[in-house]
Design a protein around this ligand. Structure first.
Ligand code: SAH
Ligand code: TYD
Length: 391
């Protein structure tokens, strides 16, 4: 399916750069042979991950707590003595910091220099480069093999998935584990959360597509556990074949994915229809509110919202501004449709009638924080899992 011409999802702009903005065709496909769901037109990773990367992981207190629990779960596993913990895509250290503070040997591989620096400044060892087999060999040479290689919301970002798996094969101890969690395809289908589709998300993983892939490298998935973050994620534990006893959860999930038809083309044509319906209801609602003279803003300048605004054709005529807590996004304009991004404090002062919840995956945290908005008569608009005004 094509979502049409799309700008860089995290490419917030100043007016001087509007004229030279980069666009590409955002298209996603399902491979009937290997069951992978993935982008078919890729953007060069150097254009996405660089010294001015907009996404800082530590923007959410809930995510900080989530990653602390992730680290605790890893630490209670059998790590052996003096283990090396490697994280791919460690960003500002939200996960790896837990191992650093526990005094464990660690290294983060993070190609976006600005976020890597935020980690280094806190004493979290980070190497500014892309993870692939060359990086893996260098780490193995300098630090020895890794007891665990971790990732979160990053493995699905790396177009050369084979280079990642070859790198894991080089770096991982014989009985080590490669653990990563990524947005889960079944949640995207169930919630029609098509906004997960953007340039950085090259793959939309499931057990059905990952199991045969890791098998090509002599590995298997030994555990899979759903995570209630980013709108529905799955954490996979991968080990060398025979090194660890697979959990019964793996077979249960495989059967579940078969039942919901993750390998069936009909699943994806039905999803495409629901995506078009979602687009039509959201634009109709926003147009009605504009006709009724309501003041509509949006909450959270997420990467995901770049897909929504550009696919639905929602610009500053329908949404006055987007508020966001990230300093680097404030004062800029959203990719493609150029809605102004304002500091969070502005939202609280503006008293809009409605706020489209672009950061819908953080709804719980935001609703808790925004009780005053609701008390003043303000209402959030959601579009996942369906378009509605939240009462
Ligand atoms: N793990 C963090 C950050 C996710 S954003 C979290 O879950 O919040 C994705 C991160 O992966 C970015 O910081 C990006 O710079 C990094 N990244 C992208 N390609 C990478 C690669 N090939 N190797 C390592 N990190 C990569
Ligand atoms: P997120 O949903 O994690 O990301 P993405 O779609 O980019 O992967 O991003 C959350 C964005 O929302 C981030 O720019 C910060 C912003 N935000 C707020 O403005 N207020 C909040 O309370 C929260 C939780 C996030």
């Amino acid at each position: 399916m094509s979502f049409g011409r799309m700008p860089i999802a995290n490419g917030f702009l100043t007016p001087e750069t509007f004229a030279t903005e980069f666009f590409f065709e955002l298209r996603v496909g399902h491979c009937e042979a290997c069951s992978m769901v993935q982008l078919t037109d890729l953007v060069d990773p150097h254009m996405l991950f660089h010294g001015d990367y907009a996404y800082f992981s530590s923007i959410s207190t809930r995510m900080t707590a989530h990653f602390r629990r992730y680290a605790e779960a890893v630490m209670t596993g059998s790590l052996g003595s003096d283990p090396l913990v490697v994280e791919i895509g460690s960003n500002d250290g939200i996960l790896l910091g837990n191992f650093a503070r526990a005094g464990m040997r660690h290294v983060g591989i993070e190609p976006s220099a600005n976020v890597a620096r935020a980690a280094t400044d806190q004493g979290i060892r980070s190497v500014c480069r892309f993870f692939d087999e060359e990086t893996a060999s260098d780490v193995r040479r300098s630090d020895g093999p890794a007891a665990v290689i971790l990732g979160a919301n990053v493995i699905c970002h790396i177009p050369n998935i084979h280079a990642v798996l070859r790198g894991v094969d080089i770096l991982l101890e014989e009985r080590g584990a490669f653990i990563f969690e990524e947005p889960y395809l079944a949640d995207i289908i169930e919630k029609t959360s098509y906004d997960q589709v953007y340039d950085e998300h090259v793959f939309y993983f499931s057990l059905t597509s990952l199991a045969p892939l890791v098998a090509r490298y002599g590995m298997e998935i030994v555990d899979a556990s759903p995570q209630n973050v980013h709108g529905g994620s799955m954490r996979y534990v991968v080990a060398r074949r025979g090194a660890r006893e697979p959990s019964p959860a793996v077979a249960v999930l495989a059967e579940h994915e078969r039942l919901i038809g993750l390998g069936e083309p009909a699943t994806y044509s039905a999803l495409r229809d629901r995506i078009h319906q979602s687009r039509d209801s959201l634009t109709a609602l926003l147009q009605d509110l504009r006709s009724a003279g309501k003041r509509v803003t949006a909450y959270g300048a997420t990467s995901k919202s770049t897909t929504v605004t550009n696919f639905c054709g929602i610009g500053p005529d329908l949404i006055e501004f987007v508020s966001d807590t990230t300093p680097g996004k404030q004062g800029k304009f959203t990719p493609g449709v150029h809605i102004p991004v304002v500091p969070y404090e502005y939202f609280a002062r503006a008293h809009p009638d409605y706020a489209v919840l672009f950061a819908w995956n953080h709804a719980e945290e935001i609703f808790e924080k925004e009780a005053a908005f609701a008390r003043a008569g303000g209402r959030f608009i959601r579009y996942v899992p369906r378009v509605e005004i939240v009462e």
